[in-house]
Design a protein around this ligand. Sequence first.
Ligand SMILES: N[C@@H](CCC(=O)N[C@@H](CS)C(=O)NCC(=O)O)C(=O)O
Length: 213
Amino acid sequence: MELVIGTKRWSTWSLRPWLVLRKAGVEFTETLVNLRQGEATQGQIAPHSPFGQVPVLKDGDLLIWDSLAICEYVAERFPDARLWPEEPAARAQARAASALMHSGFSALRAACPMVLDRAPAPIEVTDALAGDLKRLADLWDLMLDRHGGPFLAGSWSIADAFFTPVASRLRTYELALTDFGGGPAADAYGARLLEDADFLVWEAAAQAAPAEA
Ligand SMILES: N[C@@H](CCC(=O)N[C@@H](CS)C(=O)NCC(=O)O)C(=O)O
């Protein structure tokens, strides 16, 4: 398998399926595209996908061009990796949380881009951002409480891959969910995601890369 990804310091979408492939223990090659270079970026993506975005997974002649679809595919192809929880209620909520991240939290995404090599510094919290942070705190508290942690739906799942970039945003912009109605378990969960051994490998590569990669 080949995973085509974007610049590691910025590409939250690429980080998710990369983590999932690592957790599944799948052998894969990585092809890096330099983001934020306009036509040059598109020129690098074009040989891999007609849809102009990364991540893209290639498995033989099969092309999958969306991060959530890639994660679902890996879960189906490698069922022993248990990338979704076995228990139906936990699985349903893990999927719902992933879907919420995939299509929501737009204020958080816009105000707090992932920049893995940036020193932490606070930002101004607008009403829209505060609303997303409250939603995030509610979601994490609800799931950690119901499934008992240490991850969102019990043991590590695709949902945790989806929220690892969020945890990095909270750290970079010095945002504590306890300031937005969350319990201490929510902030502890975010910190836990950033201690993950695979995430640390990604982060080290992001920080070691030259500024344009
Ligand atoms: N919904 C897509 C979003 C992917 C996406 O937005 N990718 C961005 C990079 S993180 C991209 O490829 N941008 C192309 C460009 O900047 O030219 C997914 O989940 O895979």
